[in-house]
Design a protein around this ligand. Structure first.
Ligand code: GSH
Length: 219
């Protein structure tokens, strides 16, 4: 049985969790309490040498790096297909994944307290963050066409990645009103059982508490 080492507050873990659910696979969830330092235990380091979640174990085969795990799942369990096969659509999925990881996620950091309703945050950095985010959103809007998902009529691995971050933006005051296709895409995703199961009010509260604790530690 597939074993996903994860933490419910980790967006990188959620990508894999959502993908397992969307593929309808049987899997076991193993929570790694990284706030308590469990990721440094030798048993876990033997699976994930960089002490990160997610990690997937398939019959003794250890896989780390969320994007690599998604590719593994797609190759091993090709139905339902979560990757398009033609060149343009495939690269759209990849661009969305990589722009989320390399552009959107770093840009969103200063806005995170606002997203979770916490006081504080540097107004100048927040403004800068919103500017950077708007470039990503414009890019994403341009990649969506008449189809419901990025490069596809059905859900893809682009949604597993971007879809765990973009729907949070309105909570941070970033309106999606200027991006009608992206806005409708978000509504489509958040209605799906895999999204609802992996983002409960308890999980959002846990992320907020974690963030509040980090902020009080930061001078
Ligand atoms: N590039 C890795 C990043 C994983 C990552 O940063 N995971 C965080 C949680 S979202 C983590 O495990 N933090 C605890 C630690 O690194 O000790 C991936 O995509 O899987």
């Amino acid at each position: 049985m597939l074993k996903l080492y994860y933490n419910p507050i980790s967006p990188n873990s959620r990508r894999v969790w959502i993908t397992l659910l969307e593929k309808g696979l049987s899997f076991e969830l193993v929570e790694v309490k990284y706030l308590d330092g469990e990721q440094f235990k030798p048993e876990f380091l033997a699976i994930s040498p960089f002490h990160h979640v997610p990690a997937l174990v398939d019959d003794g085969f250890n896989i780390v790096e969320s994007l690599a795990i998604l590719d593994y799942l797609e190759a091993k369990y090709p139905t339902p297909a979560l990757l398009p096969t033609n060149a343009k659509d495939l690269v759209i999925v990849r661009m969305v994944q990589l722009a989320t990881v390399n552009e959107l996620m770093p840009a969103i950091i200063p806005l995170s307290p606002v997203i979770f309703g916490l006081p504080g945050g540097d107004p100048e950095k927040i403004e800068e963050s919103i500017q950077k985010i708007s470039i990503v959103l414009k890019f994403f809007e341009g990649l969506l066409d008449h189809r419901s998902f990025f490069g596809s009529e059905s859900i893809t691995l682009a949604e597993s990645v971007a879809g765990t971050i973009v729907p949070w933006l309105p909570r941070g005051g970033v309106s999606l009103g200027e991006y009608p296709k992206l806005n409708a895409w978000c509504d489509r995703l958040t209605a799906r059982p895999a999204w609802q199961k992996t983002q409960t009010p308890e999980i959002m509260e846990a992320i907020k508490s974690r963030m509040a604790a980090t902020m009080t530690k930061t001078p």
